[in-house]
Design a protein around this ligand. Structure first.
Ligand SMILES: [Zn+2]
Length: 212
């Protein structure tokens, strides 16, 4: 039976890239965080109606994940939390909550643990729900493969992130990515390990677990 005190996860797909915006709501306090305000402020406003937003969280700073950031931060008047590192295109974000690996972000009676997960982009993070099996992973990993890379060294960094950050999580972890469906890590572990075991040379770009 589902734990009635656990964080409630809400999902909406927004924008031309069908980016998953997530909201997490603490049932006991009504506090919420909005994760990746990619587009469509009306939809984003609707998904947190009746809650008390305390922060906007960014998994990373690619345009499809922050398209409605300015509008939502003005509307909600809450701090923005994003990894404390170089952002996409060198943009300045004026984040009030600079995140580092291992940080905890509070949502009512709950917390999210920050995992730095570079590769797709240097400021990529995952938010793992403490005492829970769910993780918001952004474009770190999708059901069918890792996030896209634009240079061989970034792809090699992605491989390290998969090995050192993602695979150590328990099999029961359910990953909620920035695009496409969620998946149970244990159901993909064998494919990811096989992917990591192959020599990818100087590959970069769109990758799939099955590619050779
Ligand atoms: Zn991205």
């Amino acid at each position: 039976m589902a734990d009635p005190t656990a964080l409630e996860l809400r999902t909406r797909q927004v924008g031309p890239w069908s980016m998953n915006t997530y909201a997490l709501v603490c049932p006991a306090t009504g506090q919420s965080v909005l994760i990746d305000p990619g587009d469509d402020p009306l939809t984003l406003t609707e998904m947190i109606t009746g809650t008390i937003p305390v922060a906007i969280l960014l998994t990373h700073t690619h345009g499809d994940h922050i398209g409605a950031l300015d509008e939502m931060r003005t509307q909600l008047n809450v701090p923005v939390a994003v990894f404390d590192g170089p952002h996409a295109g060198g943009i300045a974000l004026d984040a009030q909550i600079p995140l580092r690996d291992g940080d905890l972000v509070s949502v009512g009676q709950h917390a999210l643990r920050v995992y730095h997960a570079p590769g797709h982009i240097p400021d990529q993070v995952c938010f793992y729900l403490e005492g829970d099996t769910r993780a918001i992973v952004g474009d770190t990993i999708f059901d069918g493969g890792p996030g896209k890379t634009w240079a061989a060294e970034d792809f090699q960094q992605t491989l390290r992130t998969l090995r050192d950050v993602v695979l150590p999580w328990p099999d029961d972890t359910v990953c909620y990515p920035g695009h496409g469906p969620s998946f149970r890590l244990g159901d993909r572990r064998a494919r990811i390990e096989a992917f990591l075991a192959r020599d990818h040379g100087d590959f970069f770009g769109d990758a799939a677990w099955e590619m050779t």
